[in-house]
Design a protein around this ligand. Structure first.
Ligand code: PLP
Length: 396
């Protein structure tokens, strides 16, 4: 037998690339939003070990500042390695046992994601639904709790697909009355919209790094209160997701510091800086800033004759859905904003695809200057995209 020929390195996939050079975009869509410059500096620091005493101290600081941001005393408050969906999945994976009834109040795209995920953990999923652009009344929630008797009620606080802010008053009390855990998606509300997790009796919540916290995407803040923790500890079987198992993760984030996975240390540098900046500004000031800038955007758009999709009392300060006027190619206009002005605004999702633009004013990007810049562009450049405009103007 002849000697085997050793393999040679193939160059098939070897690209000869220049160093990365991405443009500076202004991200005024549904997320990610721009990160604060000092958060970007924090991310660029030399990594330290994930068991280094200095890092362990930083972990405690991140946890404590997340508790402040959420207004909770929950012991189990952890930034999950992964995006908001990882933290979303963690809330479900740790608490659902096969056959548990999970009621999802669906009023947009992310409610459907909760339904999908809960089903994968073999929950018996039941839903109540509202049209995209509306919220649930307390009475609708109470009726569903009485009809379905769920173990968990899951609901999205700030629906990024519709721009609706779900009123929370009274929902937690109803859940306690009906012996049900309350799970809240705060991905587009944390750091930007009033949130009182403990006062609202929320048992489980999650969020993301890339919106109200002014960080890039990569971490998913997660928190679990004592009632949810008791359910997790009483499970018959292991949590059916190793990576997101809070009983294991807490051996690292709690006092024992036992290795679980290598923490994304630089992302947590960024998170610490983002939360530090938020604490320095003060939650009430950050919430007021978001509302002020959103209100300026709303009145500016309306004075240009544009229609907002959500009634004012339910409007979300971080995300505004603007109806695309009849005959306007919404996608062409958002591409124009991106190509000519480096500004991203989002299009509609699901039931609102092709019907709305989604404008985000989140975290670092919620400023009067950004509102003015965008309103100016809508005033001066949208007319060329209206059906009556001469073709040459639209092309121009
Ligand atoms: C309300 C809501 N929930 C969940 C998610 C999922 O988060 P991620 O995309 O960071 O995984 C998003 C993303 O935008 C969201 O807006």
């Amino acid at each position: 037998m002849s000697a085997p020929v050793p393999p040679t390195v193939s160059t098939t996939h070897r690209l000869g690339l220049d160093p990365i050079a991405t443009p500076d975009r202004l991200l005024l869509g549904p997320g990610p939003s721009n990160a604060h410059p000092t958060v970007l500096q924090a991310l660029a620091r030399t990594p330290i070990g994930h068991l280094d005493p200095l890092y362990v101290e930083l972990m405690g600081e991140v946890q404590e500042l997340l508790r402040y941001t959420w207004q909770t005393d929950n012991r189990l408050t952890i930034p999950m390695s992964g995006t908001g969906s990882a933290a979303m999945e963690a809330t479900l994976a740790n608490t659902i046992e096969p056959g548990d009834k999970v009621l999802v109040a669906v009023k947009g795209y992310f409610g459907h994601r909760l339904v999908d995920m809960a089903g994968r953990y073999r929950a018996e999923v039941v839903t109540i639904e509202r049209p995209w652009g509306e919220a649930f009344s307390l009475q609708e929630i109470e009726e569903a709790l009485i009809t379905h008797r769920p173990t968990i009620l899951a609901i999205v606080h700030a629906e990024t697909s519709t721009g609706v802010l779900q009123p929370m008053e009274g929902i937690g009390e109803l859940c306690r009355l009906h012996d049900c855990l309350l799970l809240l998606d705060t991905v587009t509300s944390l750091g930007a919209v009033p949130l009182f997790l403990d006062d609202w009796k929320v048992d489980l919540a999650y969020s993301c790094s890339q919106k109200g916290l002014s960080c890039p995407p990569g971490l998913g803040p997660f928190t679990m209160g004592p009632r949810a923790e008791a359910k997790m500890m009483a499970r018959q079987d292991k949590v059916p997701n190793w990576y997101l198992d809070v009983t294991l993760l807490n051996q690292y984030w709690g006092s024992d510091r036992v290795y679980h996975h290598t923490a994304p240390v630089n992302m947590n540098f960024g998170m610490r800086e983002a939360l530090r900046l938020l604490a320095e500004e003060g939650l009430e000031n950050a919430w007021a800033r978001h509302r002020r800038n959103a209100e300026a955007l709303w009145s500016g758009l309306e004075s240009l004759g544009l229609e907002l999709h959500v009634p004012e009392e339910l409007r979300l300060p971080t995300l505004t859905t603007v109806r695309i006027p009849e005959g306007v190619d919404g996608k062409a206009f958002s591409l124009h904003l991106l190509d000519r002005h480096g500004i991203e605004v989002g299009g509609g999702l699901g039931a609102l695809a092709g019907k709305v633009w989604r404008i985000g004013l989140m975290g670092y990007n919620s400023t009067p200057e950004n509102v003015e810049r965008l309103l100016n562009l809508f005033a001066t450049e949208l007319p060329a995209f209206r059906p009556s405009a001469p073709v040459a103007a639209a092309v121009g």
